[in-house]
Design a protein around this ligand. Sequence first.
Ligand code: BV8
Ligand code: ZN
Length: 258
Amino acid sequence: MPDFSDRLIACMAQANRVTAFTGAGISAESGVPTFRGTDGLWSKFRPEELANMDAFMRNPQLVWEWYAHRKRVIADVQPNPGHIALVRMEEFFTHFGVITQNIDNLHRRAGSRTVYELHGNIERNYCMECGKPATNEEVLRQGGVPRCGSCGGVVRPDVVWFGEMLPEDEWDHAVRAAESSDVFLSIGTSAVVYPAASLPLLAKDHGAYLVEVNPEPTPLTDRADEFLQGPAGVILPALMHALEETRAADGAAHPPGD
Ligand code: BV8
Ligand code: ZN
């Protein structure tokens, strides 16, 4: 059981607004390959090479094979204790939200309600001509480069590719959450993809206590107030347990009406 500093527990116990910022690392223990991790035959491609419009224009078949592969992998996995711990945090704190770079929809499948998806969602697709949505069931049944059922246009996954703008609503919510956080948790991200990677320091510059959860140091580690080194699926449930214990002890020490 990891142990936590008194400062971290005290800071979180009295926090009003807490935000969790997640990357591929929180889904690693569910079996979703990270971007910098190995993913079989797809490891020979850098994500930036496939997740962009030029690549799609050049070879839509290849890019769709990659997304079809990821859709199948993600459909076969389950949220892990790291995702679940963030659902419990949403019940524990007055104001709590998840800002995610992940397109795997595992936070919502775990039960998180306030989720800001910065880079889209692999369970959604749309026609590039008329914008008509297409389900995963439809696009995987078609195979190849799926076509729109109403106009015949090319369908693409509803994710943000490199060189593309982030969805404005989600980004605005994420910036507001970062700027108003008492505690900002940066979980399972290498913090190299922008503008998402600017959020942890934005939160710190606005007074948040910045906590990083990762088995490996990242470019962010030197700026974090706390570095909790280890897998999210172990650290986050333990942290929730410590917070619930503290609240129970406080409750016992100061019964209501005390
Ligand atoms: C844009 C969706 C405006 C698609 C993704 C400023 C400086 C430099 C470059 C730029 C800049 N501004 C913009 C750029 C360009 C670019 C960029 O940042 N490039 C990088 C590579 C340098 N950004 C963009 O293009 C963005 N758009 O800027 O638009 C614009 C428009 C026009 C012209 C100019 C500007 C769009 C970026 C979004 C791209 N889409 N995903 C898809 O998924 O297919 S990004 C994708 O990669 C993910 O969403 C995520 O963001 C990133 C991967 O990072 P992580 O999630 O952190 O994963 P990674 O594998 O790297 O790390 C995993 C970590 O987990 C590791 O640290 C590991 O140690 C840890 N870990 C492992 N196991 C565990 C664990 N942690 C905890 N527990 C465990 N068990
Ligand atoms: Zn269409």
